[in-house]
Design a protein around this ligand. Structure first.
Ligand code: F6R
Length: 614
């Protein structure tokens, strides 16, 4: 939710900043802007509505010199997406400029205070309040920018990752964070600032992950200095990134989403690497080996997450209940955090998040932690807030997911849930040796089965073209594949803007069946497992009402073929692993429908990759 970049070094900053914005554009693309301090001491701010390419166009005839600068790509919260609400924002005197990712909750009271002091505001944003407040503190207390940022942020309630530059000071860049991600890249005589590592990796693999309420002073030819809001000096910890440039490029695919769909065999292999022993047919998760007694003692598991990660969590419920016989509740984090939930002393909270920065998920974790739950995290982004807040956790190792619609993050989350449930079930003796080894063996070859499904891409593409007319879709599934139906519906609506609903198949007759006519496409996820006959009846109910059926079926299934208009086959596997296969055609279906409708697949309207605000 908003991407921020900064640079201070020997090179001209503009190109580095723009490239960085392109890499962070998945975080928001309502407007973009840049601020540069040049050697003459000028502080130039250029900003415009729309995507980063609009900003580049806008800057063509501008003075873009300067070796220090900050830049921003916005996902609007306070104030509509337009030029004036775009970041960076100047302070009153235009001596300072700020970029910000997050939300300032007490911005109205601070704004009133500043208006009473004679400050005028040019935008409707909460961000402008921060830069004005910093300037006010500088003037009142006659202090430098670094000190003023500390003082001002002490009065701010909310979440922020900020970068600030100062006119007449081409040697200084100040940044700070609380509850919004911010990384400092440390190069040779140069420093970088970014919301994630993607704008930095091209230049250096040495980074510092800032912690909450830390303010960093980046000065030319100086070691960086970090202090907390109480002005206590802290020792920076430099970490090495393991990211490759290839991981964040499209690699010949038309969209990141397509690349990421096709990457799933690889990302699952990486996810299981060192955890699934193919020779011994065993799972070893170091993150839980010391914590089995928590699972032995717990009376229930609570899983919390948002969006696609929540759908993975719903599959987690089926996994832990069927394999470990532990009761599981799954709740969207935004509800969990505000409803004063009952948290029992031995509860385990599993938080799932691709980005590790989703505000609602973090708040739910904090709440559960405060009330004594053991917090287990599943997340993709190394060093993210989720990773840092958990008692223990497992990285999904899916690699950077840049397409806004989540794909490989989902399958790796499910894989981690499967591995965790299997490991716990073995320890708790709730699974037979035979079942355990059979499922692990199946999991070890799941990548090859995904590859088989991906080979059907042309068939899926052809089916997609037929359904671009649709205004609505229904997705049906049962058991492990009910959350997959919901995930398929979410994928379709977010990138094609077609309304879609995912339902447990048998629920259809309690309402949604009224929607079915000859226009309505129904995607039925119906692999051949225990509930197969039941879902076959549901298919017949749809057919009787002339709905158009696209069925995801097990290889060789002839029965559903008789009723379905189109079928896509998946190889056989264990039922508890089937979501890893059934979701693949649904991802491709939504992708190709969106492409056929001319949608901006990687950057769908109104969305952003990580939702770091409420
Ligand atoms: C859907 C999608 C979102 C995210 C949700 C949670 O394709 O990407 O629904 O799944 O915003 O994000 P994370 O997993 O980063 O917490």
């Amino acid at each position: 939710m908003c991407g921020i970049v900064g640079y201070l070094g020997d090179r001209q900053a503009f190109d580095i900043l723009i490239k960085g914005l392109h890499r962070l554009e998945y975080r928001g693309y309502d407007s973009a802007g840049v601020a540069l301090v040049n050697d003459d001491g000028n502080l130039n701010v250029y900003k415009t509505k729309g995507k980063v390419k609009n900003l580049e166009e806008y800057c063509k005839d501008k003075n873009i010199s300067g070796t220090v600068g900050i830049a921003h790509t916005r996902w609007a919260t306070h104030g509509e997406p337009n030029d004036k609400n775009a970041h960076p924002h100047y302070s009153q005197s235009k001596n300072l400029a700020i970029i910000h990712n997050g939300i300032i909750e007490n911005y109205l009271s601070l704004k009133t205070f500043l208006i009473n002091k004679g400050y005028e505001f040019k935008s409707e944003t909460d961000t402008e309040v921060v830069v004005q407040l910093i300037e006010y503190v500088m003037q009142e207390q006659k202090c430098d920018l670094y000190k003023a940022v500390h003082q001002a942020l002490s009065q701010v309630v909310g979440a922020y990752a900020i970068g600030v530059v100062e006119r007449n000071n081409p040697n200084l860049l100040i940044a700070a964070r609380k509850a919004s991600p911010l990384i400092v890249g440390v190069g040779e005589n140069e420093y970088f600032l970014a919301s994630d590592a993607s704008p930095i990796i091209e230049y250096t693999n040495k980074v510092i992950y800032l912690n909450d309420e830390e303010v960093v002073k980046i000065e030319r030819n100086q070691e960086i200095e970090i202090r907390n809001l109480k002005s206590v000096k802290l020792q920076p910890t430099i970490k090495e990134l393991s990211l490759n440039l290839d991981d964040i490029e499209k690699g010949g695919f038309d969209h990141f989403m397509l690349k990421e769909i096709f990457e799933q065999p690889k990302s699952l292999a990486l996810c299981m690497n060192g955890r699934l022993n193919k020779e011994l047919n065993e799972i070893k998760l170091s993150a839980i080996t010391d914590y089995y007694e928590k699972f032995e003692k717990c009376k229930r598991i609570v899983i919390t997450a948002c969006g696609t990660s929540w759908h993975a969590g719903l599959i987690g419920k089926y996994l832990f209940e069927s394999l470990c016989r532990i009761p599981v509740e799954v709740e969207v984090a935004s509800e969990f955090r505000y409803r004063n939930p009952v948290i029992l002393p031995d509860d385990i909270l599993i938080a799932i998040s691709q980005s590790g920065e989703t505000a609602d998920t973090l708040a739910a974790m904090e709440l559960a932690k405060k009330q004594g739950a053991f917090v287990f995290g599943i997340c993709n982004v190394v060093g993210s807030s989720v990773a840092r807040m958990t008692d223990t956790g497992v990285y999904t190792h899916a690699g950077p997911e840049i397409g806004v619609a989540s794909t490989k993050a989902f399958t790796t989350q499910v894989a981690v849930l499967v591995m965790t449930a299997l490991a716990v079930a073995k320890k708790l003796n709730t699974i037979t040796e035979e079942d355990y080894h059979r499922i692990v063996k199946e999991l070890s070859v799941i990548e090859t089965k995904i590859e088989e499904i991906l080979k059907q891409v042309d068939t899926i593409k052809d089916i997609s073209k037929i359904f671009t007319y649709a205004k609505n879709f229904i997705y049906l599934g049962r058991g492990f594949n009910y959350p997959v139906a919901m995930e398929g519906a979410l994928k379709l609506k977010e990138i094609s803007y077609i309304h879609a609903e995912g339902y447990p198949a048998a629920e259809m007759k309690h309402g949604p069946i009224a929607l079915i006519d000859e226009e309505m496409p129904i995607v039925v996820v119906a692999p051949h497992y225990a509930m197969y006959q039941k879902i076959l009846s549901n298919v017949q109910e749809v057919k009787a009402r002339k709905g158009r059926i696209i069925a995801i079926v097990s290889q060789g299934d002839e029965d559903i073929k008789k009723n379905a208009d189109y079928t896509i086959e998946i190889p056989s596997t264990e039922e508890c692993l089937s979501p890893l296969l059934t979701v693949i055609p649904l991802q491709l279906l939504s992708y190709y429908i969106a492409v056929a409708k001319g949608r901006d697949v990687d950057q769908p309207r109104n969305l952003a990759k990580s939702v770091t605000v409420e």
